[in-house]
Design a binder for this molecule. Structure first.
Ligand SMILES: [Zn+2]
Ligand SMILES: [Zn+2]
Length: 118
């Protein structure tokens, strides 16, 4: 079994994915995402499904498709591959910190997933 890095205190999901996929290449699975979920937000059981709906079929695609940088500063750092300092989130949430915006179409409030009929 390969050792996966642990999320640091209050680190949000996209910051964790960004940090770890910068250290080791994506293997085409959502293993980092599920690892984060298991560590930080075990009740977010629909997380993989949610990410796939947003086009995130593996860890790096979650970063590319499901979220985008919320600030110019974050965008610049990501462009050049620099470290991003997580702004911090409360424990148990899968919401991103202020560095990121979720793509529309998924409701994140209260940790509950509700799909709107189109
Ligand atoms: Zn990938
Ligand atoms: Zn963050």
């Amino acid at each position: 079994m390969s050792e996966l890095p642990l999320p640091v205190e209050h680190e949000c999901l996209p910051c964790f994915l960004y940090r770890v996929t910068g250290m080791q290449s994506c293997d085409g699975s959502l293993k980092l995402l599920t690892h984060y979920r298991d560590q930080c937000a075990p009740r977010a059981t629909a997380l993989e499904k949610k990410m796939r709906m947003l086009g995130g079929y593996c860890d790096c695609e979650v970063l590319l498709n499901a979220v985008r940088p919320a600030t110019t500063q974050a965008m610049r750092l990501i462009e050049v591959g620099e470290d991003l300092v997580c702004k911090g989130v409360r424990r148990g949430t899968i919401q991103p910190c202020e560095n990121w915006l979720m793509r529309r179409g998924v409701q994140w409030g209260g940790g509950r997933f509700s799909r709107r009929s189109a």
